[in-house]
Design a protein around this ligand. Structure first.
Ligand SMILES: [Zn+2]
Length: 249
């Protein structure tokens, strides 16, 4: 087990209120209980990707999958961080499909961060700029050093931590980030509310994806909240019971 990125800080328990959920922009969640890390979601780019900021109200702040593509989206994220007096200390990707990496370079440059993603995800990362050209959405790729994450790594965020779970199938090196005390995962494109990630794309494999969900995610407590890469949050228990792609679990 490796311990990554140690920072000190005091945990402040935080709850947030539900707001009307708009189609795009910022959303706060009522997490139903006090947790150590607060999860903030932004919905960015034409693919409606969920960008997450985790923070503890003290000095820990982490950006996961910055999908901000347009200048105004970057401005939205920067302004919100500034208003909250937050300075990001970690930049993580669950996987490197283009809609999850558009803002990597901008975040890394602005906040002086090193990008971290799963150890087998380099092919997706390398393909993303070409994919951007193909979809008519060219973007500047992050060019700095990459810190590769392995199954079981612990990423330290203030006084909290994220466990790295290796969950391939949607992409070859996909990982999810599990905050055990807070009872949630930042899940990328593995498990959605009543859905699963696509596997009809390069690096995708349906059997592998289902295995990742069954062995890695469905072994978590039923009340674990899943914050997916697209759409609304769900829970492990809800998906075990109702997800049509995972019958007979
Ligand atoms: Zn994806």
């Amino acid at each position: 087990m490796r311990i990554l990125h140690i920072k000190s800080g005091i945990i402040e328990k935080t709850t947030v209120q539900v707001k009307t959920i708009p189609k795009t922009g910022e959303i706060d969640f009522d997490l139903k209980k006090a947790i150590m890390l607060t999860v903030k979601r932004f919905i960015f780019n034409p693919v409606q990707e969920n960008t997450y900021v985790l923070y503890d109200g003290k000095d820990a702040c982490c950006i996961i999958d910055p999908g901000c593509y347009f200048q105004e989206e970057k401005q939205t994220l920067a302004s919100w961080l500034k208003d909250q007096h937050l300075v990001p200390t970690l930049l993580l990707n669950t996987h490197c499909h283009l809609d999850h990496v558009f803002g990597n370079k901008w975040v890394a440059d602005k906040y002086g961060l090193q990008l971290q993603f799963g150890e087998y995800e380099q092919p997706s990362f390398d393909f993303a700029p070409r994919s951007g050209e193909q979809w008519g959405m060219p973007f500047e790729q992050y060019t700095g050093e990459i810190l590769y994450l392995k199954e079981g790594d612990l990423i330290i965020l203030g006084n909290d931590e994220l466990e790295v779970l290796f969950t391939p199938g949607h992409s070859v090196g996909h990982v999810v980030f599990y905050n055990r005390p807070g009872g949630f995962i930042i899940g990328g494109d593995v498990l959605f509310r009543l859905g699963i990630g696509r596997t009809d794309i390069p690096g995708g494999d349906a059997e592998t994806l289902l295995k990742s969900i069954r062995t890695k995610l469905f072994s978590l407590p039923a009340e674990t909240i899943v914050y997916p890469g697209h759409g609304e949050p769900t829970t492990i228990g809800y998906e075990k019971e109702l997800n049509p792609f995972l019958g007979n679990v």
